[in-house]
Design a binder for this molecule. Structure first.
Ligand code: 6CS
Ligand code: FE
Length: 308
């Protein structure tokens, strides 16, 4: 019996993760590995961290970077948000209804500081190991989540968006979030649902053209239904990693996550780098919409050599 979820779409491609095509949402079991390479001595992650990542869909490495490694990124983060040539670009997203900077995308292209960070062995080698392939940067972004005004990021699976709107074929991508400020219970830390990466929650509603112009401020399509979310939480719970600047949260492309708004005086600054396997490069969007701009989803993979 062929997999009931395998659909062929208008251009006869197999879509193993159809979403935003039906009037009811459903849960599709993950059809891809989590760890593409088995752990062995010399791996860039400890065995226990690999096992935790496999089981939970994320792993939190506190104080992964030294303070001086993070300091340059913190200074660059503030510089970019003050630079009028950057703030006026499409890559810069403001909070809904205000001119407060919410995110700046494509920071590995906009800033040599973040390019060095992103292509450095410390994160890229982990991505190559987890994905067992050469990697390239699918996307990068700074999330500013300013004090008092930083709005939430509602629950979502990144892969659901990257599959439907960017044409990412399989679950073979990993996000790395570096804390550039204190992440605590008051300023809207990233919240993840352990083990949610094994379930693909399909969403209802047709993707509008140019959806990103709205979704990067407040996402309205690709939103999972309440019952499916409640079920994931009842099984896996909720984890909000907390720590000082320089901590690293590594999470699978399909791990359900979100974050609350920030009403504290303290900003919650994180930098995100998304590594995609070279063999998983983008195809045409499964939604049938036109491809999103390169600053959100790089279509010409330029893998960077490992530093060894
Ligand atoms: O649409 C996207 O690609 C972005 N949106 C969210 C909320 N997370 C993933 C990604 O940065
Ligand atoms: Fe996300």
């Amino acid at each position: 019996m062929p997999n009931a979820h395998v659909q062929t779409n208008s251009d006869q491609r197999i879509d193993r993760y159809p979403s935003r095509v039906a009037t009811v949402s459903e849960v599709i079991e993950r059809q891809d590995p989590v760890l593409y390479r088995h752990w062995s001595k010399g791996a860039p992650l400890s065995r226990s961290d690999c096992e935790y990542y496999q089981s939970n869909g994320f792993v939190f490495l506190e104080e992964f970077f030294e303070s001086d490694e993070v300091a340059a990124s913190q200074v660059e983060t503030e510089r970019l948000a003050q630079d009028i040539t950057i703030v006026g670009r499409d890559e810069t997203i403001t909070e809904p209804g205000s001119r407060t900077v919410r995110s700046i995308f494509d920071i590995h292209d906009l800033s040599p500081v973040f390019s060095t960070f992103a292509k450095g062995a410390r994160m890229a080698d982990i991505a190559r190991f987890l994905l067992d392939d050469d990697v390239y940067l699918h996307q990068s972004r700074l999330n500013y989540k300013p004090g008092f005004r930083g709005k939430e990021f509602y629950w979502h699976s990144d892969f659901e968006t990257w599959h439907v709107e960017d044409g990412m074929p399989r679950m073979r991508a990993v996000s790395m979030s570096i804390t550039l400020s204190e992440n605590n219970e008051f300023n809207g830390p990233l919240i993840l649902i352990p083990a949610s990466h094994y379930s693909y929650l399909t969403c209802v509603g047709r993707t509008p053209e140019d959806h990103y112009k709205q979704s990067l401020k407040k996402q309205d399509y690709g939103i999972p239904d309440d019952d499916s979310l409640a079920n994931l939480v009842s099984r896996g719970g909720l984890v909000a990693p907390k720590g000082g600047p320089g901590s690293l949260i590594i999470f699978d492309c399909n791990t359900m996550h979100g974050s609350n708004g920030n009403i504290s005086p303290f900003p919650r600054r994180n930098a995100f780098f998304v590594y995609n396997a070279l063999s998983n490069r983008l195809a045409p969007p499964y939604a049938g919409t036109k491809p999103r701009p390169d600053f959100i989803a790089h279509r010409d993979p330029s893998p960077f050599p490992s530093n060894d």
